[in-house]
Design a binder for this molecule. Structure first.
Ligand code: ZN
Length: 247
């Protein structure tokens, strides 16, 4: 039986719709297979092992994204500083040009969380890095928790860095950082993403604050070395569970 020409677009549209609906359900099924655990830090590798030169990634960013929509880390071969929030993963390579991380890229060290703020407050006084982190410390309920920190607003100044892609044999982090590129930013709107870890986690992670920085226009950022915050909103997520893949 011949199909009348005028039915062809309708049949084609019905077929496309069927395939689209099937694909939608397939994607939803795979994404709901892992429960989103809040107040949990998921970490790839131990920091002290990584910092001795274990820069070979063993986990894809697609896998990492199943454990969090917010976090920080680096890429295979120590290729730049990664910062993630609202489910988007960015990295700042040593050339300074911010890019989105490909889902097939590998992470040798990374930390992620499904970020949910327990506490939000504004800081309108001008504060440098150490004043700002001390101010946040005074709001924290316990020294023994991990805290995910998001700080968005206006910064009069920020000093960030990124480290160039390393070649084998890998040198340790202290040596690799000697080739870092420093970026100086003035009068920017930006987001800080990071963590504060308790002293007893030193080695497994870094005790104290580890913060990454990205401007709202996604033109610059990196590992935060110093800043002057002028008017920022601070969001804190208290973390009581820690999961780590062994290096
Ligand atoms: Zn960093």
């Amino acid at each position: 039986m011949a199909i009348n020409n005028r039915w062809i677009p309708i049949v084609a549209a019905a077929l496309i719709l069927t395939v689209a609906v099937a694909a939608f359900y397939a994607i939803n099924q795979s994404s709901t297979s892992v429960a989103k655990e809040e107040h949990t830090l998921f970490q790839i590798s131990a920091f002290n092992k990584f910092s001795m030169g274990s820069y070979e990634g063993n986990t894809t960013y697609a896998e990492l994204a199943r454990h969090g929509d917010f976090g920080m880390g680096t890429l295979n071969g120590l290729d730049g500083e990664m910062i993630a929030f609202d489910g988007v993963f960015y990295y700042i390579p040593s050339d300074g040009n911010v890019r989105q991380v490909s889902s097939t890229a590998q992470a040798p060290f990374a930390m992620v969380t499904f970020f949910k703020a327990d506490k939000t407050f504004r800081v309108t006084d001008e504060m440098n890095y150490s004043q700002l982190t001390t101010y946040i410390d005074n709001t924290l309920p316990s020294e023994n928790s991990i805290y995910a920190v998001k700080i968005h607003g206006t910064y009069d100044y920020a000093k960030t860095r990124s480290v160039p892609l390393q070649t084998k044999p890998y040198q340790n982090l202290t040596e690799a950082i000697k080739n870092q590129t420093i970026f100086t930013l003035n009068s920017v709107e930006a987001t800080i993403v990071g963590y504060r870890c308790p002293t007893f986690m030193d080695g497994i992670n870094v005790a104290g604050y580890h913060l990454h920085f990205l401007t709202d226009d996604k033109s610059a950022g990196g590992h935060l070395l110093d800043c002057i915050a002028r008017n920022v909103t601070v969001e804190i997520d208290q973390i009581d569970k820690f999961e780590m893949t062994l290096p």
